[in-house]
Design a protein around this ligand. Structure first.
Ligand code: DMJ
Length: 746
C-alpha cells in the first residue's frame, strides 16, 4: 500500500508511476487483457488533456483512450488524481491504473474521450480493438513503460524508493534508517534519530518491528520524494554533476574495499634518515635536552594515568578532555605524540601507543569532525609514525582515515567542507564562516598529507583532490594579490575579503612553501604561489612599530588591524625556511624577516608576567606586542613561537634562539606544570594561577618536539630530508616523484 500512501501525500507523477509499475502486475495484465476491468471506477469525471484532446471525437471508446489519460503526465494536478479506483471502489491496490482499461459498464474514461464530461459512449472492450488501435495501444503502452523505467533508474535515489516499497519483506534484514541531517543540521540530530529508532519497541516484539519498519519505509519515501523534487528543479548540468559525484562516491567505496580489505599495495619502506638519537656533545645542552624529555615523560604519564584512550588530559581535574573537533574519534594525544615519543627514544611508550592504535583507533564514528584538525593531527601523526618506524599498522590506519575524509570534497567546486560526519559522509561548513564559506587555512592545509596518502596507497585520488583545490585558487582573482580567508565551496568564489597570516589563513601559506620543498623542489607552481603571496603580504600586511618591532597585521577589505596572533608567529620560521628558494638577492632578506618576526614574538613573551605569550598582541593605542583585551591574554601551550626559534636556530645557529627556547622551558615549568601534567593559562599578565585545565595534544606533538630539536644536533630529523607538517609531524621529502618525472622525461 505504500504507493497509495504516497499518492495521498502528493507524490510527483514520475515517482508514483514508478511505484505503480513496481507492483509488477500492470504490464502482464494489460497484455492478457482480462483482469483489467476489476478496478473500473463507477464514474470517471476527470477532464482530459494532453494527447486525448487531439483525438477525433466520434471514435469508439477504446482502452487506448484510457492510456492516453495515463500518459498525460504533464496535466496539472496532484498525484492523488492517480487513484480514483482505490478511493471509489476501495478495493484494488492498483486501482488507479486498472479502470482505465475497462469499459463495458460504460462511462469511465470514455466519457471524456468521446466528447466531454459525462457524455461518453459505450466502449466495446479489448476484444473489439481494431488492428490500428491495438498498434496505437501497444505504442502508447511501451512509452509508458519507458517512462516508468526512466523514473526508476534515472532519478537519483529512486532506487531507495523501490527498495522501501518492494524489498521490505524482512524487517530483520533492513539496516536502521539513517537519520541524515540536512545542511546546517547538527550531527547530534542524526545520532538522536538513530537512538529513537532503537528505542521504539523491545527486541522480538513483532508489532513494534512492523511499526518500526513502516516508519522506516515512510522515511525512505519521504526522502526519495524530497530528492526527486529537488532533482526536478535542477538544471541539466547540475543533474550531470550530481551523477558524477555519485559515481565518484561509488568509486571511493570500491577503493576502500580494495585497499583496506584486500591490503594496501606493497611499498618499499626506506629506512628513515636522521633518526639516531645521538647525545649532544655539550654537557649543558645534553642536560637541557634531557630536561625536555623529562617534561614529555611527565605529560605522557599523566595522560596515561588519567585520560588514557581519550583525546586530551585535564591536568587539574585529572580526567579526560574531549574536544568536539575530533567528533567521537578517540586517542588524539596518543596519535599526536607518537613521533615525539619515537625521536626521544621512548620506546616502551611508543609500543604502548601502537598497541592502543591497533586495538582501539576507530574512524567509523557517527559524529562531525573538523577535517583540518583530523588531517593534521591524526593523518599527520600516523603518517610520520609510519615513516619513522616502518610499522604497517600506521600506514593502514592513515589510508583508512584518508578514505573516510574523501566525502568532504563532495562540493560543487571541489573545495572541501570544514566539517564532516565520518559515518554518513555529510559535510557542512562552520556556521560562523562568512557566507557559508570554507576556511583558507583549513582546506589549504591538506596538501602534504594527501600527497603522502597517494604515495602510500598507490591511489592518485588523494593527490587529485588537493590539486583540484589549487586549480580553483589559481583561477580566482586575488584582491591585491592576497588570499582571503573565506571561499565558498558551492560558488567557488571568495567570501569576505579578510586576510590573515594567523588564524584562518596561516598554514595555507606554510603548505605552499612546504609543498614545493616536499616535492624535492619540483612543484614549481607551489613555489610561485608561495613567493607571490609572500610579496603581497610584505606589501600590504607587514609593518614596523615605532619601537622598531616588525609585525604582521590583519587585512580587512583594505583596512589594517594592527594585531598579531600567537598563531602568526610561525611565520618567522616559514620566511627563514623559504629563503632557500628565493632569488639570491632576496634570500638574506627573508632570513632577516624571519629573525625580526622571531624577535617580535619573543617580545610578546617577554612583556608578560609569566614569560609566555598571549593569544594575540597589538600595536595600537600606545602599546607594542601586548594584549589589551582580556579575551586575548591566554596561553594554551601553543608552539608557534618555539617553532620559529627552532627554524631560526637550525638556519642561523645564533645562540639567542637556544637562550629564548630555554626561557620558555623555564616558564612552562614554573607556570604551566602541575601534578597532573601541563595546563594552559587564562591570563599571562598576572602572578595568580589561572589554569585552563587542558593539556593540548599539540603540546606533546609540537611544543615539546620543537624544544627537543633545538637542543639536539642538526642531524636529528635534518631539514634537507624532512618536512614538518603544521602539527610538527615529520614527512620525508618525496624524492621518488622526481625520479619518476626524470624517468618519464628520458
Ligand atoms: C596546531 O594544531 C597547529 O600548529 C595548527 O596549524 C595551528 N594551531 C595549533 C597549535 O597552536
Amino acid at each position: 500500500m505504500e504507493n497509495l500512501t504516497n499518492c495521498d501525500e502528493g507524490l510527483q507523477p514520475a515517482v508514483c508511476r514508478a511505484c505503480l509499475f513496481a507492483k509488477g502486475a500492470a504490464p502482464a495484465r494489460i497484455a492478457g487483457g482480462e483482469p483489467l476491468q476489476a478496478g473500473r471506477p463507477a464514474a470517471q469525471t476527470r477532464a482530459l488533456g494532453g494527447l486525448d484532446a487531439q483525438e477525433p471525437a466520434p471514435q469508439p471508446l477504446t482502452a487506448g483512450g484510457s492510456e492516453v489519460w495515463l500518459l498525460s503526465g504533464s496535466a496539472p494536478g496532484p498525484w492523488t488524481d492517480c487513484q480514483p479506483a482505490a478511493t471509489t471502489s476501495g478495493a484494488m491496490p492498483v486501482g488507479g491504473l486498472l479502470p482505465l482499461f475497462s469499459s463495458p459498464g460504460g462511462g469511465g474514461l470514455g466519457s471524456g474521450l468521446g466528447g466531454g464530461l459525462g457524455g461518453g459512449r459505450k466502449g466495446s472492450g479489448p476484444a473489439a480493438f481494431r488492428l490500428t488501435e491495438k498498434f496505437v495501444l501497444l505504442l502508447v503502452f511501451s512509452a509508458f513503460i519507458t517512462l516508468c523505467f526512466g523514473a526508476i533508474f534515472f532519478l537519483p535515489d529512486s532506487s531507495k524508493l523501490l527498495s522501501g516499497v518492494l524489498f521490505h519483506s524482512n524487517p530483520a534484514l533492513q539496516p536502521p534508517a539513517e537519520h541524515k541531517p540536512g545542511l546546517g543540521a547538527r550531527a547530534e540530530d542524526a545520532a538522536e534519530g538513530r537512538v529513537r529508532h532503537r528505542e521504539e519497541g523491545a527486541p522480538g516484539d513483532p508489532g513494534a518491528g512492523l511499526e518500526d519498519n513502516l516508519a522506516r519505509i515512510r522515511e525512505n519515501h519521504e526522502r526519495a520524494l524530497r530528492e526527486a523534487k529537488e532533482t526536478l528543479q535542477k538544471l541539466p548540468e547540475e543533474i550531470q554533476r550530481d551523477i558524477l559525484l555519485e559515481k565518484e562516491k561509488v568509486a571511493q567505496d570500491q577503493l576502500r574495499d580494495k585497499d583496506l580489505f584486500r591490503g594496501l599495495p606493497k611499498v618499499d619502506f626506506l629506512p628513515p634518515i636522521g633518526v639516531e638519537n645521538r647525545e649532544p656533545a655539550d654537557a649543558t645542552i645534553r642536560e637541557k635536552r634531557a630536561k625536555i624529555k623529562e617534561m614529555m615523560t611527565h605529560a605522557w604519564n599523566n595522560y596515561k594515568r588519567y585520560a588514557w584512550g581519550l583525546n586530551e588530559l585535564k591536568p587539574i581535574s585529572k580526567e579526560g578532555h574531549s574536544s568536539s573537533l575530533f567528533g567521537n574519534i578517540k586517542g588524539a594525544t596518543i596519535v599526536d605524540a607518537l613521533d615525539t615519543l619515537f625521536i626521544m627514544g621512548m620506546k616502551t611508550e611508543f609500543q604502548e601507543a601502537k598497541s592502543w592504535i591497533k586495538k582501539y583507533l576507530d574512524f567509523n564514528v557517527n559524529a562531525e569532525v573538523s577535517v583540518f584538525e583530523v588531517n593534521i593531527r591524526f593523518v599527520g601523526g600516523l603518517l610520520s609514525a609510519y615513516y619513522l618506524s616502518g610499522e604497517e599498522i600506521f600506514r593502514k590506519k592513515a589510508v583508512e582515515l584518508g578514505v573516510k575524509l574523501l566525502p568532504a570534497f563532495h562540493t560543487p567546486s571541489g573545495i572541501p567542507w570544514a566539517l564532516l560526519n565520518m559515518k554518513s559522509g555529510i559535510g557542512r561548513n562552520w556556521p560562523w564562516a562568512s557566507g557559508g564559506s570554507s576556511i583558507l587555512a583549513e582546506f589549504g592545509t591538506l596538501h602534504l598529507e594527501f600527497m603522502h596518502l597517494s604515495h602510500l596507497s598507490g591511489d592518485p585520488v588523494f593527490a587529485e583532490k588537493v590539486m583540484k583545490i589549487r586549480t580553483v585558487l589559481n583561477k580566482l582573482d586575488k584582491p591585491e594579490g592576497l588570499y582571503p580567508n573565506y571561499l565558498n565551496p558551492s560558488s567557488g568564489q571568495w567570501g569576505q575579503h579578510h586576510v590573515s597570516v594567523g588564524g584562518l589563513g596561516d598554514s595555507f601559506y606554510e603548505y605552499l612553501l612546504k609543498a614545493w620543498l616536499m616535492s624535492d623542489k619540483t612543484d614549481l607552481e607551489a613555489k610561485k604561489m608561495y613567493f607571490d603571496a609572500v610579496q603581497a603580504i610584505e606589501t600590504h600586511l607587514i609593518r614596523k612599530s615605532s619601537g622598531g618591532l616588525t609585525y604582521i597585521a590583519e587585512w580587512k577589505g583594505g583596512l589594517l588591524e594592527h594585531k598579531m596572533g600567537h598563531l602568526t608567529c610561525f611565520a618567522g620560521g616559514m620566511f627563514a625556511l623559504g629563503a632557500d628558494g628565493a632569488p639570491e638577492a632576496r634570500a638574506q632578506h627573508y632570513l632577516e624577516l624571519g629573525a625580526e618576526i622571531a624577535r617580535t614574538c619573543h617580545e610578546s613573551y617577554n612583556r608578560t608576567y609569566v614569560k609566555l605569550g598571549p593569544e594575540a598582541f597589538r600595536f595600537d593605542g600606545g602599546v607594542e606586542a601586548i594584549a589589551t583585551r582580556q579575551n586575548e591574554k591566554y596561553y594554551i601551550l601553543r608552539p608557534e613561537v618555539i617553532e620559529t626559534y627552532m627554524y631560526m636556530w637550525r638556519l642561523t645557529h645564533d645562540p639567542k634562539y637556544r637562550t629564548w627556547a630555554w626561557e620558555a622551558v623555564e616558564a612552562l615549568e614554573s607556570h604551566c606544570r602541575v601534578n597532573g601534567g601541563y595546563s594552559g593559562l587564562r591570563d599571562v599578565y598576572i602572578a595568580r594561577e589561572s589554569y585552563d585545565d587542558v593539556q593540548q595534544s599539540f603540546f606533546l606533538a609540537e611544543t615539546l618536539k620543537y624544544l627537543y630539536l633545538i637542543f639536539s644536533d642538526d642531524d636529528l630529523l635534518p631539514l634537507e630530508h624532512w618536512i614538518f607538517n603544521t602539527e610538527a609531524h615529520p614527512f620525508p621529502i618525496l624524492r621518488e616523484q622526481k625520479k619518476e618525472i626524470d624517468g618519464k622525461g628520458k
